[in-house]
Design a protein around this ligand. Structure first.
Ligand SMILES: NC(=O)c1ccc[n+]([C@@H]2O[C@H](COP(=O)([O-])OP(=O)(O)OC[C@H]3O[C@@H](n4cnc5c(N)ncnc54)[C@H](O)[C@@H]3O)[C@@H](O)[C@H]2O)c1
Length: 352
């Protein structure tokens, strides 16, 4: 087991990474006057023994993107009030990033903030969404539009939850972890180029990937907790084009697939903009090792793709602030005009 510890925005945050973390979880919960854990109904049967070993009152809840809604939030608040959950109690979750976002928001506003513990169960949640204190629900079809910054006191990334996980779910987490390596840690990216989906499907390697990604995310959010200094922006590498691909395809591709393909094209744009050497082929090979589907950009209409990018939160005065990969685990923010972006995307399509 590894324990990472940081003070972020004045709060001590601990992240436990390993297998069989039930004892640590129970010990953490003992500190509070009560504990309620919202558990993903989808994993209730798969991990019933593990879930039973966690001594908390449990409430089972349907997760997935639809859970990040006012309706689910109301259900959570009703439960907390009916159970007379006190201010010194803690709320926790056992589930993926969607449940983390929903319960994190509830914990941050219920009685103006109660203790919060995270037990993420997808690789994506363990390497990314459970770290950094952002939470949000969707509203009026706008993703993550209502949320707060609120760190859990402790997060328990237990690899036992990953060993029966669907490979498609693992791939989504791998895409985000590859991203962490590309922007901050060349060693982590190299690790991905030397492994494949089969070889990383073991406790030791998963633990390594989670630890490295968690350290990177902790470093970034410690410097820019409230996302106000453009440092957190770096975590958006692959996401400007990735989000546009999700919209373009009507969410027919997974977030990880969108980000992975976004990273390939964005690294080509960084190369054309003079930020780095050619890295896109290396990234494409790394992504393919994990069976992440590659998009044929010749089948994508550039103008339509760009129309989705115009709504990106990182557009300022008509220009897009995009994460430009520098190579060797470095990245910077670069401004790019949409006309230039169109030119580079078309050049990439012509070269395939
Ligand atoms: N707050 C942040 O900083 C942040 C960062 C990145 C992503 N996110 C959010 O995270 C969400 C995506 O998270 P996700 O990919 O974990 O999706 P998810 O929570 O929807 O989980 C995916 C599916 O896997 C199932 N599942 C969960 N754990 C499982 C397990 N161990 N074995 C088998 N099935 C399991 C769930 O029931 C669900 O059907 C998005 O809503 C995204 O916006 C938040």
């Amino acid at each position: 087991m590894e324990v990472l510890e940081r003070t972020i925005n004045g709060k001590n945050v601990k992240i436990y990474i390993g297998s069989g973390l039930e004892m640590e979880i129970n010990r953490a919960m003992e500190k509070y006057s009560g504990n309620i854990t919202f558990v993903s109904s989808a994993i209730r049967k798969i991990y019933s023994k593990k879930i039973r070993a966690i001594s908390s009152t449990k409430s089972f809840i349907t997760d997935g993107e639809r859970a990040k809604s006012m309706a689910s939030l109301n259900a959570v608040f009703r439960k907390l009030i009916r159970m007379e959950v006190e201010r010194n109690s803690s709320i926790s979750y056992i589930g993926g990033g969607t449940l983390g976002d929903l319960t994190g928001y509830a914990a941050s506003v219920y009685k103006r903030g109660v203790h919060y513990l995270g037990i993420p169960t997808t690789l994506l949640a363990q390497v990314d969404s459970s770290i950094g204190g952002k939470n949000a629900i969707n509203f009026m079809n706008i993703k993550n539009v209502i949320g707060t910054f609120y760190n859990p006191e402790a997060t328990f990334s237990d690899t036992d939850f990953l060993l029966n996980s669907d490979p498609a779910l693992l791939r989504d987490g791998i895409a985000e972890a590859i991203k962490m390596g590309l922007i901050m840690d060349a060693g982590l990216f190299k690790y991905f180029t030397e492994n494949n989906l089969e070889s990383i499907y073991c406790e030791k390697r998963l633990q390594y990937i989670i630890k490295k990604s968690t350290e990177i995310k902790l470093n970034v959010v410690s410097d820019d907790f409230f996302d106000s200094k453009k440092i957190r922006y770096l975590l958006n590498f692959g996401h400007s084009i990735g989000h546009a691909l999700e919209s373009y395809t009507g969410n027919a591709i997974s977030h990880g697939t969108a980000v992975a393909n976004g990273m390939i094209l964005e690294s080509y744009i960084a190369y054309k903009s003079g930020y780095s050497g050619m890295l896109h082929d290396e990234i494409r090979d790394a992504v393919a090792r994990y069976g992440i589907p590659l998009i044929n950009f010749r089948e994508i209409e550039t103008d339509k793709l760009i129309s989705y990018m115009k709504n990106d939160k990182k557009v300022e005065r008509g220009k897009l602030n995009m994460v430009m990969l520098g190579g060797n685990g470095t990245a910077a923010i670069g401004e790019i005009e949409f006309q230039q972006l169109r030119r580079y995307i078309n050049l990439y399509r012509d070269g395939i």
